[in-house]
Design a protein around this ligand. Structure first.
Ligand SMILES: *[C@@H]1O[C@H](CO)[C@@H](O)[C@H](O)[C@H]1NC(C)=O
Ligand SMILES: *[C@@H]1O[C@H](CO)[C@@H](O)[C@H](O)[C@H]1NC(C)=O
Ligand SMILES: *[C@@H]1O[C@H](CO)[C@@H](O)[C@H](O)[C@H]1NC(C)=O
Ligand SMILES: *[C@@H]1O[C@H](CO)[C@@H](O)[C@H](O)[C@H]1NC(C)=O
Ligand SMILES: *[C@@H]1O[C@H](CO)[C@@H](O)[C@H](O)[C@H]1NC(C)=O
Ligand SMILES: *[C@@H]1O[C@H](CO)[C@@H](O)[C@H](O)[C@H]1NC(C)=O
Length: 398
């Protein structure tokens, strides 16, 4: 039994030894595996690190290759930031909509740039009463002012007035309430010169700064209204068209003034003539102040006997915006006596019949026939004023 016992012992001890050896072998294998794994990780990571430091070196290199730039100045001066932080409530829409003072100190370039801006959203988020901008291009005082005062009376909020007069005019003439403080920064204007259009663009730009202005009419000191304010206002505000006179004049005083150096932007076929006394909507006014393609050509090539004021707007509008244009003027004028200037009205020539004739014709208005072709008329001498004041209530209802 003992031997069997001992043999059994021997057997179990051998088995356990064998088992132990196997266990050692497993430990060893695990150890080797862990070691191999560690070494592999080490090799890989060292490789990556090398790569990384290489690319770091590279960026450092390329950065140092760039020219050194001075630090940027802060976008807003410190004091302005302080002012903005003091009161947030004062930057309201109302402030933004308020037109700047008519007598600002913007130069033409600044003014046209600012005026050329328009809202991309067509609906107004506030109650907007559309106004008509009456723009007077004059040499001196608006001598018809007393008549215009009567015309505007009681319609405040539906119109705005702008006056561009010769800088040499010293303004000593007493200004009536409607015209008081409505002179815009003006420059020298000569008859038939391109600086006349510069003045018209200056007037349009100033009027565009008021978001309420919807229609824009150019007038002179010798112009008079032919209807009362409510009639003129609804005629203009409800109109679907612009009133820039434009026609093709084959003679020397039309096509004869064309300059071939305006090619290829303006061809002889596109050249138009018309009275400078326009009436237009806000969209077209924006296009006129923003035009940087056609106007420079007129500045360059329409000098001397070209008479830019009779050709720039008719040509520009006929090329690009003919669709909305009626091609006629709203300002009545008498060319029947011939010559380069229209007839002037003397005191004795101002009668009820003459005015009635100007007020009735046959025209198209919004594609319909109308008897009211003209809203304004020229040229009335200062001496006609007292007579007009007397006739106005009878004929014009104001
Ligand atoms: C901010 O401005 C508004 C209007 O101009 C004024 O009523 C208000 O008192 C001002 N608030 C402060 C804190 O200055
Ligand atoms: C300027 O004013 C003076 C006096 O105030 C006047 O005599 C002169 O005629 C005026 N000049 C013009 C161009 O209006
Ligand atoms: C304005 O003139 C029109 C005719 O053109 C007339 O029917 C209307 O009554 C006048 N309005 C006023 C307020 O006088
Ligand atoms: C425009 O025309 C419409 C319809 O004829 C009229 O109701 C409206 O009062 C007119 N607007 C103005 C400003 O006259
Ligand atoms: C105005 O003139 C242009 C040509 O310059 C023409 O295409 C257009 O039909 C005219 N518009 C009207 C209303 O007569
Ligand atoms: C033309 O007149 C008719 C009838 O008076 C009117 O129904 C139509 O709306 C008018 N057309 C335009 C474009 O004003």
């Amino acid at each position: 039994m003992k031997t069997s016992n001992s043999s059994h012992y021997l057997l179990t001890s051998t088995v356990s030894k064998l088992f132990n050896a196997q266990l050692h072998f497993f430990h060893f294998l695990t150890y080797i595996l862990v070691l191999a794994f560690g070494v592999t990780i080490g090799i890989i990571s060292s490789f990556y690190l090398q790569n990384c430091s290489f690319s770091l070196n590279f960026t450092q290199l390329s950065l140092s290759a760039l020219p050194r730039t001075p630090p940027l100045p802060p976008p807003i001066a410190k004091q302005e930031v302080l002012l903005l932080n003091l009161n947030h409530t004062h930057v309201a829409l109302k402030e933004f909509l308020k037109p700047p003072s008519v007598m600002h100190d913007m130069d033409d370039e600044e003014l046209l740039w600012r005026a050329s801006m328009s809202a991309k959203i067509p609906e107004y988020p506030f109650d907007r009463v559309p106004k008509v901008a009456f723009m007077f291009l004059t040499r001196g005082p608006v001598f018809m002012a007393p008549l215009w005062e009567k015309f505007f009376k009681g319609h405040e909020g539906y119109y705005s007035v702008y006056v561009h007069s010769n800088p040499s005019y010293n303004g000593s003439h007493p200004e009536s309430p409607v015209f008081h403080g409505r002179r815009i920064p003006s420059k020298e204007v000569q008859w038939g010169k391109v600086n006349m259009i510069e003045a018209e663009r200056r007037l349009l730009a100033n009027a565009l700064l008021d978001f309420s202005n919807q229609r824009f009419v150019l007038l002179s000191e010798s112009c008079i209204p032919l209807f009362n304010f409510s009639t003129v206002y609804s005629y203009l505000i409800n109109s679907t068209q612009n009133y820039v006179m434009a026609y093709d004049e084959p003679s020397a005083v039309g096509r004869g003034r064309y300059n071939f150096q305006m090619l290829p932007e303006i061809t002889l076929k596109q050249w138009r003539k018309g009275s400078q006394w326009f009436e237009m909507c806000r969209d077209l006014a924006l296009e006129v102040v923003s035009d940087r393609k056609y106007f420079p050509l007129f500045q360059e090539y329409c000098k001397g006997s070209c008479y830019a004021d009779e050709h720039y707007l008719p040509t520009f509008v006929s090329i690009k915006f003919w669709e909305g244009n009626s091609n006629r003027s709203l300002t009545w004028v008498d060319w029947s006596r011939g010559g380069p200037h229209p007839a002037k009205f003397l005191r004795s020539e101002v009668t009820v019949e003459v005015l009635q004739r100007m007020r009735s014709g046959r025209c198209l208005y919004n594609e319909n026939s109308t008897r009211a072709c003209f809203m304004f008329a020229r040229k009335f001498l200062p001496s006609t004023l007292s007579r007009l004041l007397k006739i106005a209530p009878m004929v014009m209802h104001f």
